[in-house]
Design a binder for this molecule. Structure first.
Ligand code: K1U
Ligand code: ZN
Length: 167
């Protein structure tokens, strides 16, 4: 297994639109294992392939307290949603920045698992938020892009200062 490098905002590669996975292969499963290890090590509760510079429609999520309930979504599609809620979010590609985003309260998602088998999952609460956040990554959207230009430019200033200090 390997820990992959996570792209950091405002890296332009985070704006790439991911392509559908044509067939689930051993290479897909190796990538999924590496993404899971990267997510657990970070630590985080989700990771989209876009964040590790692989532009395929693959997401891993584990919102359990025991960190042993990994969910893998290949070619995910939201087929239904309901309600609205506003929750605090974080992002491994925007380290140290947290803020609210308004999203659907519940979603139904259809995807393939790591064996290439189709499944349908009803999610609400944190899992629903995380699925929507990760699916935005696959479309090249980062959560801070829901915020006003002013708030986002403050975030950029903070991140650039931090990135300079790390050099
Ligand atoms: O996409 C990502 O960068 C992962 C992100 C997922 C997410 C979190 C919260 C709301 C929406 C989406 C994270 O995992 S940020 C880190 C985080 O939330 C966390 C870290 C350690 C323990 C618990 C949570
Ligand atoms: Zn994120």
């Amino acid at each position: 297994m390997a820990i992959l490098k996570i792209l950091e905002y405002p890296d332009e590669r985070l704006h790439t639109i991911a392509k559908a996975v044509p067939a689930v292969t051993d290479n897909t499963r190796t990538l999924i294992r590496d993404m899971a290890e990267t997510m657990y090590t970070a630590p985080g509760i989700g990771l989209a392939a876009t964040q590790v510079d692989v532009h395929q429609r693959i997401i891993v999520i584990d919102t359990s307290e025991t960190h042993d309930q990994l969910l893998t979504f290949i070619n995910p599609e939201i087929i239904a949603n309901s309600g609205e809620s506003e929750r605090e979010e974080g992002c491994l590609s925007v380290p140290g920045i947290y803020g609210k985003v308004r999203r659907a309260e519940a979603v139904t998602v259809k995807a393939l698992d790591s064996e290439g088998k189709e499944f349908v999952l009803d999610a609400s609460g944190l899992l629903a938020v995380c699925i929507q956040h990760e699916m935005d990554h696959l479309m090249g959207k980062v959560f801070v892009e829901y915020w006003s230009d002013l708030k986002r430019s403050r975030v950029l200033t903070k991140l650039k200062k931090r990135q300079r200090n790390r050099m």
